[in-house]
Design a protein around this ligand. Sequence first.
Ligand code: GDP
Length: 298
Amino acid sequence: SRLKDGLSKTKKGITDRVDQLLKSYVKIDEELFEDLEEILITSDVGVNTTMDIVEQLKDRVKSKKITDAIHVRDELKEILSDMLGDEQSNLNIEPSPAIILVVGVNGVGKTTTIGKMANRFKKEGKNVLLAAGDTFRAAAIDQLEVWADRVGVDIIKHSEGSDPGAVIFDAIAAAKSRKADVLICDTAGRLHNKKNLMNELGKVFKIVDREYPQASKEVLLVVDATTGQNAISQAKVFKEAANITGIVLTKLDGTAKGGVVLAVKSELNVPVKLIGVGEQMEDLQDFNSKDFVKALFG
Ligand code: GDP
């Protein structure tokens, strides 16, 4: 499956190493747990989350009197499963109309994610409109337009350097008059500092609340899985600056360190709603924790 293919590097980075480790052990001792810790930490699971996982594992091994290293695998799988929690958090885009604000720093895959979402919604028969709210870079506007053409949806844009709030205002007016089901808005991907970010996003959010209160609203933060713990710190800044309702983790196909999914889940308390597992239109999936663990551990 696409998910399994997309996670093949992470499977090598985590599961295959865990399996190798468990195969080579004859008894369960402190050294085994330390080696497990090492695998998880180097897979970007994060130090705190790793400690938590290994502590749980030790407790289970003790209370269940597990003596066979291979059974440790089942316990680990279950702990990860529990940690990832609810199977799936759906996008809040029903009932229509809906507005999705997409935030995140440049290069993480924001434009691509917007294009992929637009494609998906259009295929579902929805009337989709895009807004080029990142007016700070001409390239951002152009790239979004390329995706709009590719998918075959309309885009509202102003020229480079214009007020992002004005773009969103116009886009909402257009969404109303064209009866769009979903309006997907790009936003500026600059991250000078938190205050700046809050100001920029704050203006846009105010316009949305004032002009489109009837819309179902989703605020998606896009982060790049290949940047590991950096993605976590970025997410923390954005979380303080805006009311993030979901996370999109892109480029999972490009990293062996997909353990970052666990760190996001346990350190941010915002659901991962979508994952990117490739550059093509179809490479955007709902994040489903059961499927995720299954793709890794079978
Ligand atoms: P933006 O600056 O945040 O809008 O980033 P872009 O959408 O332009 O994406 C930056 C690069 O990442 C492009 O080359 C995309 O093709 C690539 N990209 C985005 N999402 C994914 C993904 O899920 N997997 C892979 N492998 N590449 C991706």
